[in-house]
Design a protein around this ligand. Structure first.
Ligand code: CP
Length: 311
């Protein structure tokens, strides 16, 4: 692996499969242990540098680092000297001066992780930068698809994935499209025209507007959160109209073939992009599994970036 993980597009097929394989190995190594801890990152320090709210990503990076015996510092912009005007660069250099080996950064500005990588000596992991990328989410999604539909081995060649909803504001969609293309899956984006970004034609994905038309031939349906906090104008007439045209409800779920799965990165707007009965469906919904798998995948990323493989 490179020193940093900034974009899913930086991963070639071999590296991406290596991360997924490493996550499987680490998961098996921990299975059945009373104390869920392995030694490879003993003496290393990981800083979680979060300028934006998070439940899943921050917690799972913390757990992943601790399970590899690293020391973890959780930094939240709220309550820090950021409120006195301290910049991202000065904050990162301050934390590095205290001995951090890796910085896991979430920031509302697209490109923040790339800038940080120019300033610090250690590894930088992009935990979500604005509307740009969220590479570890794409990796944990690929890990979940591979486990459910490919027996936990190899790549995702031939898998048919439809990603639905607010693509415009979604770093999850962008990272997933890049990684899924690398792993051989075919991706279709379905969204209102107002919620597709300019330039989407250049992405390695097809686009469409009719969800019912693509569901029967899909192996994976990934629903995206409608990111109202990033919306500065009206992108659709009403929440009800959005749910009617682009929401996944029980009627639409019944159009899927027997083995197809339903994914969502969370947090969800239940009743809008996904009906509660779909989100909680015990057979198709992988939403809770995705969260569990996130810890294993983030362990693999930390292990490979911080040289755990050399120990
Ligand atoms: N999926 C995801 O990134 O969730 P959080 O915002 O809770 O980290």
């Amino acid at each position: 692996m490179n020193r940093h993980l900034l974009s899913a597009g930086d991963l070639d097929r071999a590296t991406a499969v290596d991360i997924l394989d490493t996550a499987e190995r680490l998961d098996h190594a921990l299975a059945g242990r009373e104390v869920k801890k392995l030694p490879p990152l003993r003496g290393r320090t990981v800083v979680n540098l979060f300028y934006e709210d998070s439940t899943r990503t921050r917690t799972s990076f913390e757990l992943a680092a601790k399970r590899l015996s690293a020391d973890v510092v959780n930094f939240s912009a709220k309550g820090s000297s950021v409120s006195k005007g301290e910049s991202l660069k000065d904050t990162a250099l301050t934390l590095e001066a205290m001995g951090s080996d890796a910085v896991v950064v979430r920031h509302s500005y697209s490109g923040a992780a790339h800038r940080l990588a120019e300033w610090v000596h250690g590894s930088v992991i992009n935990a979500g930068d604005g509307t740009h990328e969220h590479p570890t989410q794409a990796l944990l999604d690929a890990f979940t698809m591979r486990r459910r539909l490919r027996g936990g081995e190899g790549d995702l060649a031939g898998l048919r994935v439809v990603i639905v909803g607010d693509v415009l504001h979604s770093r999850v969609a962008r990272s997933n499209v890049l990684l899924l293309a690398t792993l051989g899956a075919s991706v279709t984006l379905v969204a209102p025209p107002t919620l597709l970004p300019v330039g989407v034609d250049a992405w390695p994905a097809a686009t469409g507007f009719d969800l019912d038309a693509v569901l029967p031939a899909s192996d994976v349906v990934m629903m995206l959160r409608v990111q109202r906090e990033r919306m500065t104008e009206s992108y659709f007439p009403s929440a009800r109209e959005y749910a009617r045209r682009y929401g996944l409800d029980a009627r639409r779920m019944a159009m899927l073939h027997d083995d197809a799965i339903v994914m969502h990165p969370g947090p969800m707007n239940r009743g809008m992009e996904i009906a509660a009965e779909v989100a909680d469906d015990p057979k198709r919904s992988t939403i809770v599994e995705q969260v569990t798998n996130g810890v294993s995948v983030r362990m693999a990323v930390l292990y490979l970036l911080l040289g755990g493989a050399d120990e």
